[in-house]
Design a binder for this molecule. Sequence first.
Ligand code: NAD
Length: 332
Amino acid sequence: MGMKIVFFSSQPYDKQFFTQYNQQGYELIFQETHLNEQSVKLAAGAKAICVFVNDKVNAGIIEQLTQMNVEIIALRCAGFNNVDLEAAKAAGIKVCRVPAYSPEAVAEHAVAMLLTLNRKTHKAYNRVREQNFALQGLLGYNLYGKTIGVIGTGNIGKAFCKIMLGFGCKVVAFDLIANQELMAAGVDYQPLMEVLKADIISLHCPLNEQTKHIIQKDTIALMKKGVVIINTSRGGLVKTRDVIYALKSGHISALGIDVYEQEEKIFFKNLSEDIIQDDEIQRLMSFPNVLITAHQAFFTQEALEQIATTTLNNIQHLTENTNLIAQAALLT
Ligand code: NAD
């Protein structure tokens, strides 16, 4: 039996893809529970643990992992805002991620959300099933010629910009570093204040101290009345209460979110029999012009293949010290 890796927050599709791509013959143990102070004990005997977006890997958990001689924390995702990297570094635990498994998967989902909200296909689908073939209430607009503001033009933002340029949109972007290839393709880099004036705003920057609540009442005040906001990045980029207020006033005409600040209590679970205690998500769900998907932007065949192979290769390279791990994959 090969080296033991314990997975937290695992779903049936994780088991399917990781088992299929386990060329290394590792012993893969799939736990459904999130990683927390209690469940961390399940990592006993493992050299590596594998976690996902809503597993909070804080200093306390890292201390427990150290005591159990866990050497590697492998994130099977791109974002890493949920891991205390300093604590991991101090403990000598290696942290790796999947830097770019399929940026197009997320970018295409952002576009799907935008098109759905604009052309109201979510409503049309239900109407036609009820034999209601009327069009009143389904009026959309052409994306062609509209200005799309993109915040963060890394792997995903870049793929998103390219699709929007293909639609014939004007793309304005804000990032700490301008991407030369995108500039040559026609993307116009502007300060954040300018990008906020676009017709549609899509968020593709990571969640960190600078970007937390980048969308809140003061930044919304700079936006056009009727702005559309799409967030497929991280829930914490948006201050939910302020967005609800702006939806009620009509300042925001549509909102598409694949991520939500308090998502860890809700997403990736079937809660259809439960009473949801989170009033903000319930309020968001009640708007006809809000589309919520439960962190599924990454969820394509290609992305899951890439996530499984890259994560297993990362672990292999770290344990064998082969130095083949991609620079962007290694976080400590
Ligand atoms: P990336 O690292 O390739 O790109 C992030 C970009 O944001 C970089 O160009 C960086 O310079 C820029 N940036 C950093 N700080 C900024 C700031 N303060 N203002 C503006 N731009 C800033 O990452 P990526 O692969 O494109 O992923 C982006 C984010 O998407 C991830 O951090 C993750 O949170 C999220 N994500 C979501 C899903 C999903 O399924 N919904 C899947 C993958 C990634």
